[in-house]
Design a binder for this molecule. Structure first.
Ligand SMILES: [Zn+2]
Length: 498
């Protein structure tokens, strides 16, 4: 999910139990031109769990192809649950033979779209960004009818950004991939970036007697139910998507049909607790979508920083190159408890060049790259770097890996959390796999130095690195055989953070 970008006001949204686990049948709805690192992968995956993505492209999605007005009407119409039964519309160029005709006619009836003054709709014409903004604004009830107001509303809500220099790019033509991203963000706030916090209204579940209400990941019954909730249970409603609402209940975010909510609490002798339906979250990458591949065959590249003629930083009796090698090699026995393979860029006091480390990783067919370092400069704490704009296409994956590593490192040592940071470093920038660089602590600060020196703490850090790797595979890639491994480490999977 994009949501990792907004570790800000709406960061609470990230921590929900939202899950991308698809229905069984969706394994087939897998697009060969949408690899896991595609910029619209998660949004397209989300939409493809329902009929919002119609099946006109069987194995390919065509993310860079033109988004037509007719197709936009179909997708939005499906998202807000309009009738799509083909019909002869009021437009001379949209008859019942057009598969979008039903949605076009229903959308006009709802005031969501308008045609041209010559009585045509031009369904095959490419939608532009201004039209997209107005369509989404009307369909989702933002009530901003001018293009400028609609564009501003989308920016405020974190659904779309401008194209630079204060310009929304109103006349720019839409590609299918971008439309999928904007529509997904309009539907589900968990995908939004940089949004203002949402306002909520308290409501209550109002179903008959002992009935339960399915709380789902999207606004149609095609989406998986994550919980069952019962009569009288309090919920926080954020906004409507057609007849459904996006809401929070029992610390999770999702959707229910609005017919089963009321603004006052129905009388009930005993409000039952919600029942979790979803398996542990299986989110993000391709394997989860495909039903969960194994992690066996995955190769982790561990890169002990510095070495040989390059000692790294040194202070208070320690040299960085020795710490990084020792902590790195201590990971071996923990990786041995898993089906993961591990390769080290060095196992002795040698100095591989930075390009040499990256080419080694590629030649080993590495799947993840983890560089181990100690900080210097008089600060304190632990931080993790990834890079978001290099030649490495695995930006989202790198960031997710960084987040899971950072959490486990903090758990191991309890030093100050300096955060996950985007920084251009050779090994994170030039790699062709998810890549992170760990700064365990400050060598020249007494407290941090005592941790860096201690064999006990080095051991804990090595274990943390392996657990961070497992958390990434479990939470981000949804690998099916990870969960059972945690018992070996006396712990359980981390919550989902990305
Ligand atoms: Zn270093």
């Amino acid at each position: 999910m994009k949501k990792i970008a907004l570790l800000s006001a709406s960061s609470l949204l990230l921590l929900s139990l939202f899950s991308f686990q698809p229905r069984e049948a969706d394994a087939a709805a897998y697009f060969t031109d949408i690899p896991t690192h595609h910029r619209a992968f998660e949004e397209i995956t989300y939409l493809s769990q329902s009929n919002i993505l119609s099946n006109d492209y069987s194995s390919k999605f065509g993310p860079d192809e033109a988004m037509t007005r007719g197709h936009a009407a179909s997708m939005i119409g499906e998202a807000v649950q309009l009738s799509g039964t083909p019909t002869n519309s009021r437009f001379t160029d949209v008859t019942s033979t057009n598969p979008a005709s039903g949605y076009i006619e229903s959308s006009v009836a709802r005031g969501i779209i308008k045609g041209y003054s010559d009585g045509t709709f031009k369904p095959d014409k490419t939608l532009n960004r201004g039209e997209m903004a107005v369509l989404i604004s009307r369909a989702f009830g933002y009530n901003s009818n001018t293009t400028t107001a609609a564009a501003n509303e989308l920016i405020t809500k974190g659904i779309s950004k401008g194209v630079g220099k204060g310009n929304f790019g109103t006349s720019q033509l839409m590609k299918r991939g971008d439309f999928a991203i904007f529509l997904t963000r309009a539907i589900n706030a968990q995908f939004r970036e940089g949004a203002a916090p949402l306002q909520s209204t308290p409501m209550y579940v109002n179903v008959a007697g002992d009935d339960s209400l399915n709380f789902r990941t999207g606004p149609t019954t095609d989406y998986m139910a994550i919980k069952k909730i019962f009569k009288g249970y309090p919920v926080e409603v954020f906004y409507k998507v057609g007849d459904w609402v996006y809401m929070k209940a029992d610390n999770a975010y999702g959707f229910v049909h609005s017919a089963y909510l009321s603004s006052s609490q129905p009388s009930v002798s005993n409000v039952k607790d919600p029942v979790d339906l979803a398996p542990p979250p299986v989110i993000g990458g391709a394997p989860g979508i495909a039903g969960g591949a194994s992690i066996s065959g995955q190769t982790i590249i561990i890169d002990p920083g510095h070495g040989g003629k390059d000692g790294g930083s040194s202070a208070l009796g320690l040299q960085e190159k020795e710490i990084t090698l020792d902590v790195s090699l201590r990971t071996q026995k923990y990786f041995a408890k898993t089906p993961l393979k591990v390769s080290y860029t060095r196992t002795t006091d040698t100095f591989p060049s930075l390009p040499g480390r990256v080419s080694f990783a590629k030649q080993q067919k590495g799947n993840l790259f983890v560089s181990v370092h100690a900080n210097a400069g008089g600060g304190t704490g632990t931080e993790t770097y990834y890079y978001a704009a290099g030649t490495n296409p695995y930006e989202k994956e790198s960031k997710a890996l960084a987040i899971y590593m950072q959490k486990r490192m903090l758990e191991a040592w309890g030093l100050k959390d300096r955060g996950v940071k985007n920084k251009s470093l050779h090994v994170t920038r030039e790699n062709s796999m998810p890549a992170v660089l760990l700064e365990l602590g400050f060598i020249d600060t007494t407290k941090d130095n005592s941790y860096l020196k201690s064999p006990v703490y080095r051991e804990a850090m090595a274990k943390a690195i392996v657990l961070g790797t497992l958390d990434y595979y479990y939470n981000y890639e949804g690998r099916k055989d990870v969960q059972s491994l945690y018992a070996e480490f006396g712990t359980s999977p981390s919550p989902r953070y990305h």
